[in-house]
Ligand binder design. Structure first.
Ligand code: SAH
Ligand code: SF4
Ligand code: F3S
Length: 472
């Protein structure tokens, strides 16, 4: 598709602002300002999308609440990545029927990746009649118009057309803190890993113009944000669709030139497209965190092929070596799927041996969940759930030991951290992150939130480090 078709004309976004204005006028006629509840599931991409939805709601005059019974508008932003995620959402949406009974005026919206699936939309249409508006991620920018339709026509609205997807610049946003911000640099995914639903619900890969990204990051740095995470399903595909040639490594270097006291993180980087150029840029850019989330998914080359990942075990290990040669202190994390259809015990143990070899700082581990419509869901899957659970537990045991060992290595050292909030732990009340993204609980006062500090690490466990602040 042509870039001019992908990037929405400014007029299209302005038309949505007009709907926002009309909704604000409708709400002003009521006896009190409206309240909205936004409930978000899934990955950071969804969190970033919810912040845009909240921006639109704020511009309609809404305040925010966590209480569905107090809300005038409820938005559930959903995730379809595994069956559990979907079940949870159906549970939450089912409960909202009581809210609608008590307050028939409430407008209930379901959006995000689940909403994009025809089967889900059908189920909502037939069995969850209290849901008023359903729209997929590609229609997010049209939320004001869709909501206006529901409010003025009194009809249910479904907007889930299978779209390529576009890029809408200039949408309003409400960010959750003044410290950390998410910046989407691209949308969609073209990789079609055989187990994954994302390419079917998030549309085709499309990159934002570098100038727009740079302006957004510059603005955030000027506002005092200290940690900016660049988002994309595969950030290494950034720029493939741009008219002016530019790749992700180039983009990192451009962003790094923005002056200020801040750190850049990014996710996710697909191993097949990560290489010397990216690692050199990371190593040479002082604002870029020495942290790499490089999801391997499996340690078996046969399974990787069946997953359509585009690399072998050996090629992956070579990428890890390459990253470590460029940045010996790099913090490495990964995603793993255990129990892909047809995976044998020996193959699952190849994954365990890979994590022993790489020694990741942390892992996100999942048991395979069949996603209807994906190629893997059609494969024979002879291993039982109980068997897969045993492999999974084995993997976790090994990773927990490695994380604990690596964390112990920090004790006695001094690290620079960004204090990002309260931990909820009385003895170590502050929560912070190292440049590599490791969690550090700290003693200190809440006035330090949003600041960088030097902390001496005094203790550790599998999940976190514990430290004393000694200078700010
Ligand atoms: N784009 C990112 C991943 C997004 S989804 C990447 O390619 O790394 C986050 C993680 O969910 C994936 O890395 C994978 O480990 C897991 N996942 C995706 N589909 C899954 C499925 N059907 N069952 C179990 N885990 C899955
Ligand atoms: Fe899914 Fe693969 Fe795309 Fe990641 S790269 S979102 S795992 S299809
Ligand atoms: Fe879930 Fe969609 Fe993210 S399926 S993991 S919310 S891209």
């Amino acid at each position: 598709m042509d870039r001019t078709q992908v990037i929405l004309p400014a007029g299209a976004v302005r038309r949505q602002e007009a709907y926002t204005g009309r909704l604000a006028a409708l709400y002003r006629r009521k006896d009190r300002p409206p309240l909205a509840m936004v409930d978000t599931y899934g990955c950071q991409q969804n969190v970033a999308d919810s912040q845009r939805i909240m921006g639109m709601l704020r511009d309609m005059g809404c305040g925010f609440t966590q209480d569905p019974y107090a809300a005038d508008i409820i938005v559930i932003n959903t995730c379809a990545i595994r069956e559990n995620a979907e079940k949870k959402v159906f549970g939450v949406v089912g409960q909202l029927v009581h809210v609608k009974e008590r307050n028939p005026e409430v407008v209930i919206c379901l959006c995000g990746c689940m909403a994009q699936q025809e089967t889900v939309a059908d189920r909502i249409r037939k069995s969850y009649r209290h849901v008023d508006l359903v729209f997929g991620p590609q229609a997010l920018w049209r939320f004001p118009e869709l909501l206006y339709g529901v409010c003025t026509e009194g009809k249910r609205v479904f907007s889930i057309a299978d779209e390529h997807g576009s890029i809408a610049e200039g949408l309003p946003v409400v960010r959750e803190s003044g410290v950390k911000a998410w910046v989407s640099i691209m949308y969609g995914c073209n990789n079609f890993c055989s187990y994954c639903i994302v390419p079917y619900v998030r549309g085709r890969e499309r990159s934002r113009e570098a100038a727009d990204i740079l302006n957004e990051v510059r603005g955030l740095v000027e506002e005092g944000y200290k940690e900016i995470t660049l988002l994309g399903q595969n950030v290494n595909s950034y720029g493939k669709d741009l008219d002016v040639p530019m790749d992700f490594a180039d983009l990192l270097r451009e962003i790094d030139r923005i002056p200020g006291n801040y750190l850049i993180r990014f996710m996710t980087s697909h191993p097949k497209d990560a290489g010397e150029k990216l690692f050199a840029a990371m190593a040479e850019c002082p604002h870029v965190a020495r942290q790499l989330h490089l999801p391997v998914q499996s340690g078996s080359s046969r399974v990787l092929k069946a997953m359509n990942r585009g690399y072998t075990r050996e090629q992956y290990l070579e990428k890890v070596d390459m990253a470590r040669r460029a940045m010996p202190d790099i913090v490495l994390t990964s995603d793993i799927i255990i129990g892909f259809p047809g995976e044998t015990e020996a193959e699952a143990m190849e994954t365990v041996s890979l994590i022993e070899q790489v020694r990741y700082d942390a892992l996100f581990t999942f048991i395979y969940s069949p996603r209807p419509g994906t190629p893997a869901a059609k494969l024979p899957d002879p291993a039982s759930r109980a068997e897969k659970q045993i492999w999974f537990d084995k993997l976790l045991d090994v990773q927990n030991r490695i994380s604990a060992e690596l964390h112990r290595g920090y004790v006695g050292k001094t690290v620079r951290v960004l204090v990002d909030g309260e931990s909820g732990d009385e003895a170590w009340p502050l929560s912070s992150r190292t440049a590599g993204g490791r969690l550090v609980h700290l003693r200190g006062d809440a006035g330090l939130i949003g600041q960088y500090a030097e902390a001496k690490i005094v203790d550790s466990n599998t999940w976190a480090l514990f430290g004393e602040i000694f200078s700010v």
